[in-house]
Write a protein that binds this ligand. Structure first.
Ligand code: HXC
Length: 512
């Protein structure tokens, strides 16, 4: 065993004390400290710690690093099994050599086989340059494993330093990306950008956490530091099942399921033109006001995230009237569609809260493909077989009415508040189209507009037509929202997922 211990000591120290100190100087934790902080105490079991690279070019023949720059194994988080891999920047900048890539791929394969979530800690300069095509194969094997795992086990990436080139496509293939503030991700770095475009840009400007959290949408969460990132992993996992054949954990609370939501009378203005923050509605309805928002900074006219109702995990999709009146633009379409598909993959019922004037008008939106991107929401809701409950709070106009979990797309229950307005389009636009000639030829056009608006509102600016036609199943007092949603949820958990949509086929063809 003495010999083994010697190997083991070498393996533990990765790139050596000097590099570990340099890592600390940059304000980053040493990889083994990260694992300690992420996992329950003494729960980590490491495997493949003796693996080394096989390359002999560019001086690599003279260097042997046990572990090849990534620590792999399994452990526990809040008593539940997880697989984990953590890149070690002290070894050749955490770069992905072939052996490094194969170790990560094996970890993911094990997680799939045994049905547990996988968590990847990223801190890497990308494909290891000295290994040439072999390193690309290592990267490719990781991607292949990530795709195999997709929809089978939850995959969470935590970005703790650079995540460059090929390293960045693995998180992109996973379910959730958490970036610490100081980290950055890019496909091509500042030097390549400068050579290709002449533009000088810093790492932060190019791919810092705030950019990926708010503009690109690559990051679902931005954490202030490493410890908060690990806390976030715990929190996120608490809502998720181990794999797609299990239900999420049931975590009851003391919050009564029939608690009235009288606050909603204050939160939601009856004037449909007045904004409100839909997150206040969500917090009022769910257990203990506990809502984990996903993609908080990205596409803020939509809000998505996890909460519990009567102890059961729910995925919430909502329009956000506080931002552009809750309009659905290209980014919001992607955000919603991806979240709906995640929930559907992992048996998480979806509750949709609607207040939107529709899809975003504009040349840039049309040219950017709002038709193609908006269609993703239609596709995602239609194919989702988990329980789907929709609450129309105020405006539900046009295509957005259909897209946001309408009965037409197979939702199970559609509920409305008395303030709901369901129509092909908003009153102002509709009246001007329907009565243009009458308005133009009138001596008092404003009077005609107002008269027609009144008539239109009486007919459509309410939930009654939709309820008469059976598209809305119930019109409820907002104060009863929590209780009503809970009652539907607890019966719908028995829903059988066989679906006419699932005739034999390889897979659907979502408009990507
Ligand atoms: C081999 C690498 C490496 C890499 C970094 N290192 N990246 N070794 N292959 N890809 C090594 C450095 O040589 C250095 O070794 C050590 O890691 C630490 O790097 P530093 O540069 O000193 O650290 P820092 O200043 O923190 O900068 C980190 C960095 C920078 C931003 C990641 O190293 C960098 O820009 N690396 C290249 C990033 C990149 O362009 N990757 C793409 C690779 S191609 P010593 O011995 O001095 O400690 C790729 C395929 C493309 O991934 C696929 C596209 C999809």
């Amino acid at each position: 065993m003495k010999r083994v211990r010697e190997f083991r000591d070498k393996s533990i120290m990765g790139g050596g004390q000097e590099k570990i100190d340099a890592q600390r100087k940059k304000g980053k934790l040493w990889v083994r400290e990260r694992l300690e902080k992420l996992l329950d105490p003494d729960s980590f079991t490491e495997f493949q710690w003796m693996v080394t690279h096989r390359s002999k070019y560019f001086g690599l023949d003279k260097t042997v690093f046990y572990n090849d720059g990534v620590i792999t194994g399994f452990g526990k988080i809040d008593g539940r099994n997880v697989y984990v891999y953590a890149q070690d920047f002290t070894v050749l900048g955490g770069s992905i050599g072939e052996a490094h890539g194969l170790k990560i791929a094996k970890t993911i394969e094990q997680a799939i086989q045994n049905g547990f979530p996988v968590i990847g800690l990223y801190d890497s300069g990308g494909a290891r340059i000295q290994e040439g095509v072999a390193s690309l194969n290592g990267c490719g094997r990781i991607f292949y494993a990530n795709v195999k795992a997709s929809g089978v086990i939850p995959q969470i990436a935590v970005i703790l330093g650079p995540c460059a080139g090929a390293a960045s496509y693995s998180p992109a293939l996973m379910d959730f990306v958490i970036m610490v503030k100081s980290s950055y991700m890019f496909i091509t770095g500042p030097e390549v950008v400068k050579a290709a475009t002449g533009v000088d840009v810093s790492f932060e400007e190019l791919g810092g956490a705030e950019k990926h959290g708010s503009i690109s949408g690559v990051a679902h969460f931005v954490a202030s530091d490493e410890e908060s990132a690990f806390m976030l992993v715990r929190k996120l996992l608490s809502f998720l099942p181990n794999n797609n054949s299990e239900d999420p954990p049931y975590i009851p609370s003391d919050d009564p399921v029939n608690r009235r939501n009288d606050e909603l009378y204050e939160v939601v203005p009856t004037d449909p033109t007045k904004p409100f923050d839909v997150r206040d509605v969500i917090r009022t309805i769910v257990d203990d006001g506990d809502f984990l928002e996903v993609h908080e900074l990205y596409a803020p006219s939509a809000v998505v995230g996890f909460a519990r109702l009567g102890g059961y995990t729910i995925g919430i999709v909502a329009n956000q009237p506080a931002v552009n009146a809750g309009v659905i633009d290209i980014d919001a379409s992607n955000k919603i569609a991806r979240f709906v598909r995640f929930c559907d993959s992992f048996n998480i019922p979806i509750i949709t809260l609607v207040d939107t004037p529709g899809f975003m008008p504009g040349v840039d939106q049309e040219h950017g493909g709002i038709i193609r991107h908006g269609a993703k929401i239609l596709h995602a809701y239609s194919e989702a077989t988990v329980p789907k409950i929709t609450l129309i709070m105020r405006k539900a106009y046009g295509g957005a009415y259909i897209a946001m979990g309408s009965q037409s797309l197979g939702s199970d229950v559609n509920i409305a508040w008395p303030t709901a307005e369901i129509a092909v389009m908003g009153p102002e636009g509709a009246v001007r189209i329907l009565y243009r000639r009458e308005i133009d030829s009138s001596a008092n056009p404003q009077q005609v507009v107002e008269q027609k608006l009144k008539e239109y509102r009486e007919v459509f600016a309410n939930p009654y037509r939709a309820a008469e036609l059976g598209y809305v199943d119930d019109i409820i007092d907002p104060a009863d929202t929590r209780h009503v949603l809970y009652k539907h949820l607890q019966i719908l958990k028995f829903k059988r997922e066989e679906h006419a949509m699932y005739l034999p086929r390889k897979h659907s063809n979502i408009p990507l």
